[in-house]
Ligand binder design. Structure first.
Ligand SMILES: Nc1ncnc2c1ncn2[C@@H]1O[C@H](COP(=O)(O)OP(=O)(O)OP(=O)(O)O)[C@@H](O)[C@H]1O
Ligand SMILES: [Mg+2]
Length: 330
């Protein structure tokens, strides 16, 4: 399979009033056509930075220190502004957390859709697109301003706009975080059906483990700007090989047996002001030993996944969590 996105040893930092923040600290990742890749990790782990980097949408205080990122074999850092605009328009679609703020509040939905369709679009093509994302009464929706729509309807409109140019990749950054639980499921089901219909690949960035476990075929776990484990949903979530993946699963609601306590991950995720010499999870890890503090673990293949952990063999020997065994992640 040819690669849609190929990320190689990517380092991205931000300049802030309090100094440099190392948001991506050497990330290697490949996205294949039609894949649904879920990227999980606590707040600050670098998910959004990674998602925005794919479209070269990073803010001006960001800086690529080293590494590269290819979309359809083309380095997005090497191409000019016009080429990146075309790439975004023709190959990439973005869906963000807050649909209402993604849409232009001063313009009716139909007009906004016509603009992204880019060219003389008929009313029928606007209605057809709104119908494809499951919106009822498409004429009324097209006549509405964004504030007249519910959050779920607005997110459907955003998805309609994102898929209007038949992209090969959709980047969905917490697309359901501002929506009710029942609407969340509907939006993810919609993304899944769009994938089935069009073959678009989806990168879903989320801290909601349950949703990612339910809808993604491949999982990448991020911590402290690094990728710590990646592999198929079944390999990674049924039997985690990284202590951080294991800790995330144990802390996720829905994983407990009746009467059990959820196991919180001790400590807080780091804001990286320097690149850790060893494993970035070491200060919070119950498996850590001396080497973890001094030697950076690299992603290596072990039991059907890639793990960046010196102790992965020991972690894999431990009984899978109850949730993982029963597939009960909420
Ligand atoms: N525009 C910015 N300027 C300065 N620092 C930033 C900026 N955006 C992100 N960061 C920092 O970069 C690190 C990674 O942030 P990022 O938003 O990529 O993480 P995330 O995994 O998406 O988190 P969340 O789950 O909260 O969305 C964090 O330490 C964050 O504070
Ligand atoms: Mg984010």
């Amino acid at each position: 399979m040819s690669d849609l996105v190929e990320i190689r040893d990517l380092h991205i930092s931000y300049e802030t009033a309090r100094g440099i923040v190392y948001a991506l600290d050497g990330v290697d990742l490949t996205v294949y056509p039609s894949q649904i890749l879920g990227i999980v990790g606590e707040s600050g782990s670098g998910k959004s930075t990674l998602g925005m980097a794919i479209g070269r949408l990073l803010p001006s205080n960001s800086h690529r220190t080293s590494g590269d990122l290819f979309v359809n074999g083309q380095s997005i850092f090497d191409i000019g502004d016009e080429e990146i605009r075309l790439l975004r328009q023709e190959s990439l679609g973005f869906v963000f957390q807050n649909p209402i703020s993604t849409l232009d509040p001063t313009m009716r939905v139909g007009r906004q859709i016509r603009l992204v369709l880019n060219g003389p679009a008929s009313d029928d093509s606007v209605y057809e697109l709104l119908g494809r994302v499951g919106l009822p009464d498409v004429k009324r929706v097209a006549r509405s301003y964004p504030y007249q729509l519910s959050g779920g309807m607005a997110q459907r409109v955003v998805i309609a706009m994102a898929i209007s140019r038949h992209p090969s990749l959709l980047i969905a950054d917490e697309p359901t975080a501002s929506l009710d639980a029942s609407v969340r499921e509907q939006i993810l089901k919609l993304l899944l059906s769009v994938r089935e219909e069009t073959g678009v690949a989806i990168v879903l960035l989320s801290h909601e483990l349950g949703l990612v476990a339910k809808y993604c075929d491949t999982i990448a776990v991020m911590y402290g700007g690094r990728l710590v484990e990646t592999g198929s949903n079944v390999s990674v979530f049924r039997r985690p090989g990284h202590p951080y993946t294991k800790a995330l699963l144990e802390a996720a609601p829905g994983n407990e047996r009746p009467g059990d306590w959820l196991e919180a991950i001790p400590g807080v995720p780091p804001v990286l002001q320097s690149s850790a010499q060893g494993c970035v999870f070491e200060p919070r890890c119950k498996f850590a030993h001396e080497t973890c503090r001094t030697v950076r673990p690299v992603l290596r293949p072990i039991e059907n996944r890639m793990v960046a952990c010196h102790r992965a063999e020991e972690v894999l020997k431990i009984e899978p969590t109850a949730a993982a065994t029963h597939g009960r992640i909420a």
